[in-house]
Ligand binder design. Structure first.
Ligand code: PEP
Ligand code: MN
Length: 356
């Protein structure tokens, strides 16, 4: 019988290889991780949903036997990814405690429904649902609803934030888009939220800083990939840590308190918050004024029958603002994001005036 409880410990630390590859690699990684005393759950991918065919797709059933053995040796609960009802059936047979749904599966309501049906009424199992590849919170929330509708209690469901696929370049493999996670948290305030820095980063270099951000955003735990010999890993080699490096990284994280009983702190916080509220109010008054001017521009464009987008103008605005980034001590990325939001709203306003 499965007795694992998601809220039993905070932070909840899950670790293990991206994929179970061989019996030795699986057991040795799990034993070394357990020996750190920092791991609450062991993970391994058994069936790997790969972006391209021809890459390592997991060892299948025999890997489940290795994980079951790792559980027996270490006494730790085990987690594997499931993507089909057959996976669910096999995982349950081998006593898997936690099933996780991969990002490529969360995007597919049919697949999610099939998995949920396979778990119908199973009140013991814990299900962790990774965010879908694309930044679509409704799709993610829809997956949660399919499991609760199938009778899985809410307290046995957790969310894993593994970042979102996006077009363009960034230092991360998947964009964290932390603001979306904060939004998801306000939709499901009681639900455990685990961060997966490994799949966000895609490399070892940024794992520490992303894990610290997760701790500071009050995530309930982490899922981190670890391998006895990361460079030889058959999947996600560049983001896995040796159990030793994993230990060091976890020890370096500062899980700060949620609050503190200090009147001085409360007073200082209150003062700064009042100041921020005042500034926000000024910022939005200015933005409203700017939009009224955009509407006036829409009116003169309508009278003269010229298009909304005027070649070169937008680029020159961006260049002018970005040129001040250093002086303002604001990052060019931030300025660009703000400008883009302003520009979209400005175009919408002009469109409204010119075409309605
Ligand atoms: C994994 O955890 O190994 C995995 C495949 O992750 P994701 O679904 O987030 O890509
Ligand atoms: Mn992986």
């Amino acid at each position: 019988m499965n007795t694992f409880k998601l809220d039993a410990k905070r932070p909840l630390i899950i670790s293990g290889p991206c994929s179970a590859e061989t019996k030795e690699q699986t057991l040795e990684t799990c034993k070394q991780l357990a020996a750190t005393g920092l791991v609450d759950v062991l993970r391994a991918g058994i069936w790997k949903p790969r972006t391209r065919p021809g890459t390592f797709e997991g060892v299948g059933l025999k890997g489940l036997a290795w994980m079951a053995q790792a559980k027996e040796i270490t006494g730790l609960p085990i987690a594997v990814e499931v993507a089909t009802p057959k996976h669910v059936e096999s995982a349950l047979e081998f006593g898997v405690d936690i099933l996780w749904i991969g990002a490529r599966t969360t995007v597919s309501p049919f697949a999610i429904q099939d998995i949920a049906n396979a778990l119908q009424g199973n009140k013991e199992i814990t299900v962790l649902i990774k965010n879908p590849m694309n930044p679509d919170l409704d799709l993610w929330a829809g997956a949660v609803a399919r499991f609760t509708n199938a009778g899985i209690p809410q307290q046995n469901i957790g969310l894993i934030h593994r970042g979102f696929s996006y077009f363009g370049h960034s230092k991360y493999r998947n964009a964290p888009m932390w603001h979306l996670i904060i939004e998801m948290r306000s939709r499901f305030p009681e639900m455990a939220m685990i961060c997966d820095p490994s799949h966000i980063c895609g490399c070892r270099e940024y794992l520490q800083e992303v894990s610290q951000t997760a701790a500071d955003l009050r995530f309930d735990g982490l899922i981190v990939e670890s391998h006895i010999c990361p460079d030889k890993a058959l999947s996600d080699a560049s983001q896995q840590l040796t159990p030793k490096d994993f230990e060091q990284m976890i020890r370096n994280i500062n899980w700060r308190a949620d609050s503190v009983d200090n009147p001085e702190f409360a007073k200082a916080l209150e003062r700064y918050r009042t100041e921020i509220d005042q500034i926000d109010s000024e910022v939005f008054d200015l933005l409203a004024r700017r939009m009224r001017v955009a509407e006036n521009i829409g009116r003169v464009k309508r009278e003269n029958n010229v298009a909304i987008l005027q070649g070169g103008r937008w680029n020159s605005i961006v260049e002018k603002v970005i040129a001040q980034a250093e002086k303002l001590e604001l990052s060019p990325e931030f300025l660009k994001t703000v400008l883009e939001a302003i520009h979209i709203e400005s175009i919408n306003r002009q469109n409204q005036i010119m075409n309605h």
